[in-house]
Design a protein around this ligand. Structure first.
Ligand SMILES: Nc1ncnc2c1ncn2[C@@H]1O[C@H](COP(=O)(O)OP(=O)(O)OP(=O)(O)O)[C@@H](O)[C@H]1O
Length: 262
């Protein structure tokens, strides 16, 4: 399938920056100190859409995530999370987001269930219901995230990367956030865990969560994403959308990605 040209993409995204985009970056210029990293970045992600952002090392992928988290303030352009500006209302914007870094940080001495309960408390989202109902809601989230019931009461210190991600995704599900940011989620996962992770993203999509996934894993992106964007030196060079049963042309994606990284 042919790539959408930059011109087409810009026409489309500028024309359809609708409020129903949960994650929006429009004409964003941003960087660190005097150094510009993102140059006129346009990125708009709808509810239930999985967007994979690919690019060479240093292209600005993690900086893009930092924009939505309110850790980087744009010098120009606008950023919105569910309509909220993370530069001026970072706490409010973060209430609408879950961020899963490459290595998920959990409380090692707590069990999976205790981690979700405690992190929900920290987010002010434990709820006022009965304790049994709160535990049932956490267990439902852990099960939906694909964690085996036998692991709910195990300390997470012995968990694999894939299991830790499941705990983090369970937390996102329990918080009912509309947007999820993922940094290199499949690096270090074996093929089976990657497939399982991609299945989980499908669960989030079905729940209407907007997912922005930064990755170098082209195959996983081709497998699960609805759109793939190629970031090159802070510019979103091209976007390609999955359409129909054929999804992506992986060889074409690979050629494009290789050219960027060269
Ligand atoms: N806190 C910071 N202060 C100054 N420069 C930074 C900071 N964070 C990142 N940079 C620089 O910004 C540029 C983009 O970094 P970023 O981490 O966004 O790239 P990336 O596309 O995520 O790369 P990678 O694939 O290696 O993770 C790099 O040149 C990096 O050195």
């Amino acid at each position: 399938m042919p790539f959408q040209s930059k011109e087409n993409r810009l026409n489309i995204t500028h024309g359809t920056a609708l409020p129903d985009h949960v994650l929006e970056a429009t004409a964003v210029v941003a960087g660190y100190g005097g150094k510009t990293i993102l140059r006129q970045l346009d990125l708009h992600i709808r509810p239930g859409e999985i967007y994979a952002l690919l690019g060479a090392n240093g292209a600005g992928k993690t900086t893009t995530l930092s924009l939505f988290l309110g850790f980087v303030t744009p010098a120009a352009g606008t950023v919105r999370v569910n309509g909220i500006d993370p530069a001026t209302q970072p706490d409010e914007a973060r209430r609408h987001l879950a961020y899963i870094p490459e290595n998920v940080a959990l409380y090692e001495h707590l069990t999976a269930r205790e981690n979700v309960a405690y992190l929900l408390d920290l987010a002010g989202q434990r709820g006022d219901g009965a304790a049994d109902a709160a535990i049932a809601a956490i267990d439902n989230a852990l099960a939906a995230a694909g964690l085996a019931a036998a692991a709910f009461d195990r300390r997470v210190s012995g968990f694999s990367k894939g299991m830790r991600q499941k705990v983090a995704i369970a937390l996102a599900l329990a918080r009912k956030v509309p947007a999820l940011l993922l940094d290199e989620p499949t690096s270090g996962l074996d093929p089976q865990a990657t497939t399982e992770f991609n299945r989980l993203l499908g669960v989030l999509r079905a729940q209407g969560v907007a997912v922005l996934m930064v990755t170098h894993d082209l195959l996983s992106a081709a497998d699960v994403a609805d759109r793939i964007g190629f970031l090159d030196a802070g510019r979103l060079l091209e976007e390609v959308a999955a359409t129909g049963a054929d999804r992506f042309d992986v060889r074409s994606l690979h050629r494009r990605y290789g050219a960027l990284a060269a």
